[in-house]
Design a protein around this ligand. Structure first.
Ligand SMILES: [Zn+2]
Ligand SMILES: [Zn+2]
Length: 287
């Protein structure tokens, strides 16, 4: 059994549920994932339970996960690794971080943010997911650092690992890990269908779509929902299936027919005239 201990940071909220989960993995030495915000009382609690600490890892640079990392690492005398955090050692995709017999692999999982990392322990099938998968509800995708196309790819990447247990950045531990990831994929597909059927009735602004799709939800989630609908529209625009006809990203948005390459007839991204391989072939022919 991989020993894992949670220390809950005292920062409850709309995005953070009960607060940020700081995970202490293994012991003597341990690896600490996401020290959370820079709250001295919380960092002291983590230090007391985690010492000695071999490494500090950060899933992503949001204020509820990262600001405590450097002060905590200094307090316990350990290196800190992150994909994007000033003062931390740079963590690369696929990099392994070891402490004692513990060996975690960093899995680049962009989508919630572009720097997002999950951490995997293959022996036990344990996956630390930060905000890529949370214990309750869904992950918030806020463009442009949040990107739904990348996020869906990251979910599939995490499913391929065949995780057994998910230790999320917020909320309870997820015991049916694989099932939860598949639910997340299904949920996004369902939302996409709702956005497409809204557009099928004619051009719509994001506010109109949110009003229709989130009609049964309290009004105070609508600003979040608007960002999520925008994330879907940007994905559909990238695929040539929707286009923004307004001056700002609020729309109105309209359904579009995907374009085909004028040279080979394959589908092309967004507003391109030729597919990538035809563009390249033509460039090379020009010499
Ligand atoms: Zn986050
Ligand atoms: Zn978070």
């Amino acid at each position: 059994m991989l020993p894992v201990t949670r220390v809950l940071a005292p920062n409850p909220g709309v995005y953070t549920l009960e607060g940020t989960n700081t995970w202490i993995v293994g012991r003597e030495p341990s690896i600490v994932i996401d020290p959370g915000p820079d709250i001295p009382g919380h960092l002291d609690d983590v230090a007391r339970q985690a010492r000695p600490v071999g490494a500090v890892l950060v899933t992503h640079d949001h204020p509820d996960h990262a600001p405590g990392a450097l002060p905590f690492a200094q307090q316990v005398g350990s290196p800190v690794y992150a994909f994007r955090l000033a003062g931390a050692e740079e963590l690369r995709a696929g990099q392994r971080v070891r402490a004692g017999t513990l060996d975690l692999t960093a899995i680049h999982t962009p989508g919630h943010t572009s720097d997002h990392m999950a951490f995997f322990e293959p022996g036990s099938g344990t996956l630390f997911t930060g905000d890529a998968v949370v214990g309750r509800g869904t992950t918030f995708i806020d463009p442009p650092d949040g990107d739904l196309v990348q996020y869906l790819r990251s979910l599939k990447r995490m499913a391929e690992l065949g995780p057994r247990t998910i230790y999320p950045g917020h909320g309870p531990v997820v015991l049916r890990a694989q099932e939860r990831i598949l639910e997340y994929l299904a949920h996004r597909e369902e939302r996409e269908t709702q956005v497409l059927s809204a557009l099928a009735g004619g051009p719509r602004t994001i506010a109109e779509m949110v009003g229709a799709i989130y009609a049964d939800q309290p009004k105070d989630v609508h600003p979040l929902a608007a960002r999520s609908v925008l994330a879907h529209l940007l994905k559909l625009a990238d695929e040539g299936r929707a286009e923004c006809t307004g001056k700002t990203e609020d729309g109105p948005w309209a359904a579009a027919t995907p374009r085909t390459c004028q040279r080979c007839g394959r589908l092309v991204r967004a507003k391109a005239r030729y597919c990538n391989s035809c563009s390249l072939a033509m460039l090379q022919a020009e010499g």
